[in-house]
Write a protein that binds this ligand. Sequence first.
Ligand SMILES: C[S@@+](CC[C@H](N)C(=O)[O-])C[C@H]1O[C@@H](n2cnc3c(N)ncnc32)[C@H](O)[C@@H]1O
Length: 265
Amino acid sequence: MDLTYSDISLEALNTPVQDWRLLFNFMIKNGHTTLFDAGAGHAYSAQVAQKEFPKIKVYAYEFVEERIKHLDCPDQVIKCVDLFETPIPKCDITYLYLPTGPLLERVLSQLENGSIIAAVESHGELFSRLEESAVHLDSLKISAKRHACELKIYQWQKPEEDLKAKLRQWSFQKTYKQIHIKEKDVLLGNTIWCADIEGLTITPDNFVETIYPPRRFELNQVLQINEPTDVELIERRRAGEIKKIFIKPYGIIEDSVGKRHSYEY
Ligand SMILES: C[S@@+](CC[C@H](N)C(=O)[O-])C[C@H]1O[C@@H](n2cnc3c(N)ncnc32)[C@H](O)[C@@H]1O
């Protein structure tokens, strides 16, 4: 999954300078001094703080080195890191302009209860995802043409440990764990099939989108999270050789052309 947006314009990739000014003025008014820009793009955040806001310190973490390597911002912390590996810094504000999915979930999972988030979105479901677990505190009218017209400020509230939260917790881990999904099949009747938990996204309207196999179904079809029983089969599905693995009414593999074969489960 490429989240680096290698082909989009600077305007779509970055929050514009004037909107950073707006947010930094809001921070100063409210006594905040540190901001974590999670996936910083060209780190306009750090550049604006360096030039115009001596009281603000930005931690700008970005995966694509070319976007940040020439920057000279001695009072800021600009790092080339993979946020799937590196822990987030503890800051007064965490700034999010990211799509929903495993990367966002990994960042959110590290926030302490009560943390303040500032978020923008262009299209997508970031606000609705945050509103599942965060209280909306304030909105700032912003000018970016590519973004929704408001930057929203939230307070994070750690969610309860239910199945949905567990699915999200596992979605950003390297794992062979499987989810079991119930579904009525035209030929087989009531079935249970399995999918990788790694990489999945839960949409705000409670649909699950898996990558292996690429499917979308309702959250209430998910029965449980299981240890894998056959890693070789899972790897073949990741490689595209297998479309679907049924475990009930009995073991059935659907191959890449849609043909079904039984196997011992
Ligand atoms: C939509 S841009 C937002 C840029 C910046 N936050 C802003 O608002 O101006 C998201 C950035 O996240 C970066 N990103 C994606 N995956 C990442 C990862 N695993 N670790 C760090 N950064 C990542 C992308 O390369 C991209 O530059």
